[in-house]
Each structure stands twice: as C-alpha cells, then as structure tokens.
Ligand binder design. Structure first.
Ligand code: ASN
Ligand code: ZN
Length: 322
C-alpha cells in the first residue's frame, strides 16, 4: 500500500477542485457542424498546467497513447449519446469544443471539469487506474458542462448532490447507450474498472445499491446512502455532494427499472426534460427535482401513464415524497 493510500486521497475523489461551470468557448477554433463533435486531446505530461500539449485533434488517427485515445473515443461516444438521443449539439447545444487533458499531475487520482475542459489523472496504479478507462466517468465530466449550461445547479448540499447525480445519470446512460444494454443488462456502476485488483471494490459508486461499491482497508467503505433516512449531514465535499447523490441516483435506477427496456428512452428522457425545465432553480432541492420529474413524465407520457407512476414511486422509495 502506498502512502497515498489514506483517507486524504479518498478525499481527493470527493473534493471539488473548482466548482464546475461553463466558460465561454475559448477560441472555438473551428465550430463543428451539428452532429459532429469537435475534440482535442492534450497531454499535461504529469504537470498541472492546462491544457498541455495537443496530441490528437478531431479526425486524426490514434495517437498510440492509451489515455489520449481513450479520452478521444469516450468524448466521441458521449457527444454521440447527447446528439442521437436528445438532439443536443455538445454541452451548450452550440458545438462547444470538447477539450480533454490526460496525464494531469503525478499519480493524480481524479477527473474533473473546470468550466472549459475535462481533465483526467493517471491514478497511482495501486488503488486507481487511469481515469479514462471508464466511459461513464468521461461522460460524467462532460455532463457537468451540460448541467452548467441548462440548470447551473449550485455545487453545494442538495443542489450539489443533484448536480453530481444528474452527471452520474448521463454518465451511466452514455455507457448503456454505447453498449446497447437494457436496464436489466446494465451494471449501474460509475467508475467500473477504475479500482485496481488490489482494492476490494467494483467501482466508485453504485446507482442500484449506493454504499456497496467498495469496502476496503485503504479506501474505507463506500459512504453513499440510498434513502433519505441515511442522508449524510457534513461540511466535507461541499456538503456531501458525492455522498448524498446516492439518493437521487437510486431514484433514477428504480424509475428506469420499473419502465424496463433501454433507460435512455423513457427515464433518461424524463430526467433530461427536467434538467432543461426552466422551472428547475439552480438551488433546487431533491423534492423540487422529484416534483418536476413527475410533471415532465406527465407531459411526455400522459398524466395517468405508467411512467408517471414509476417516477413517483421511485422518488417515494428513496424517501423523497412527491
Ligand atoms: N470527479 C469529481 C467530479 O467530477 C471531481 C469533482 O469533485 N469535481 O465530480
Ligand atoms: Zn462530478
């Protein structure tokens, strides 16, 4: 076990290097046509300067660097998900450039969105693999940009946990869409493959069973609750944004399972409609989001539809009464 294998290093995973927010597209060098992503992947060469050295631009061949090529492919899959399923042209709907940096820092154990671009660490190789190995993690970071553009959910307490949860929802949907998996076939794991074999764990988070992703002497136990009665009051992690996100995550899982089929077709659509609903305030609480979910289910599928019932039941089952 490395010296990094301590709590502080778990904290790195949970702490926000800078609240996600959407900046103006920097140079917007070439604006891609709708339906086409505009990717550029950079290499920080283990420094912490952004964006680093450009390694692969849109349309270019494999670079030969695994992290560069994973980031390129995963950002393409995430772009395709938002375009194919929601007709959305990148984060802002206007072709915001997809800029990624890999090999950020030395053994850096996190990935993040800084308002302009996505950044991925290599992990220490002992506890964490490089963060580009999991499509849903790359998609989670890109989704922070979408959320910032649509709802700007304030990154603290319940609105912050909603921000985190909605990023997980679109992360998991991107993975399920890429693999064409039904709700039954899906693993519902965020960060699958991110923990090394030395760790007793399956992923960073489980949407189906929050709190069960890992239990390890070095990492500790997955702290996520899956019900309001276990809601964690804390000042760490911006008020537990990566902890209490387990509650809305499980609500999404339960709603999707009740509807069956492909999660992006019904539950995903309802959550996306809710995110884009002008009534969703940036300081929304779980209950606000849940009520708008039910309302958007009714608008899309009908007031007395099975989808409305499924959504209402799902939120109720995690202790958010609607
Ligand atoms: N990986 C984390 C996330 O995207 C980094 C952060 O806390 N912003 O949520
Ligand atoms: Zn996040």
């Amino acid at each position: 076990a490395s010296a990094r294998g301590t709590l502080s290093h778990v904290q790195a995973l949970r702490q926000n290097p800078g609240a996600p927010q959407l900046a103006k597209p920097q140079t917007a060098s070439e604006s891609a046509a709708p339906g086409q992503p505009n990717r550029s992947i950079h290499d920080a060469e283990q420094q912490m300067q952004l964006p680093g050295v450009l390694r692969r631009r849109e349309g270019q061949d494999d670079s030969g660097d695994a992290a560069v090529d994973e980031a390129y492919t995963a950002l393409g899959a995430t772009y395709a998900f938002f375009w194919d399923v929601f007709g959305r042209h990148s984060m802002d709907g206007q072709g915001f450039p997809l800029i990624g940096t890999v090999h950020y820092g030395k053994a850096y154990e996190n990935a993040f969105w800084n308002g302009e671009q996505m950044v991925f660490g290599d992990g220490d190789g002992e506890i964490f693999n490089r963060f580009t190995v999991a499509l849903e993690v790359v998609a989670h970071e890109l989704a922070h940009g979408v959320i910032e553009s649509e709802a700007a959910l304030v990154y603290v307490n319940q609105s912050g946990a909603l921000n985190e949860s909605v990023s997980d929802v679109f992360g998991i949907l991107t993975k399920q869409y890429a693999l064409k998996q039904t709700v039954q076939q899906a693993d519902w794991l965020i960060g699958a493959g991110l923990l090394t074999d030395a760790v007793n764990g399956r992923a960073l988070r489980s949407m189906s069973a929050p709190g069960s992703a890992y239990d390890d002497p070095l990492l500790g136990k997955d702290p996520q609750p899956g019900h309001m009665r276990e809601f964690v009051e804390t000042r760490d992690d911006n008020g537990g944004v990566h902890i209490n996100s387990g509650i809305p995550n499980r609500a999404f899982y339960l709603a999707a399972m009740a509807m069956g089929g492909y999660a992006w077709e019904k539950a995903g659509q309802i959550w996306y409609d809710t995110l884009c609903d002008a009534r969703l305030a940036n300081d929304a609480q779980f209950l606000d989001f849940a009520q708008l979910c039910v309302d958007n289910a009714a608008q899309r599928f009908g007031k007395a539809s099975a989808e409305v019932l499924a959504v209402a039941r799902a939120w109720k089952e995690v202790g958010v009464g609607v």
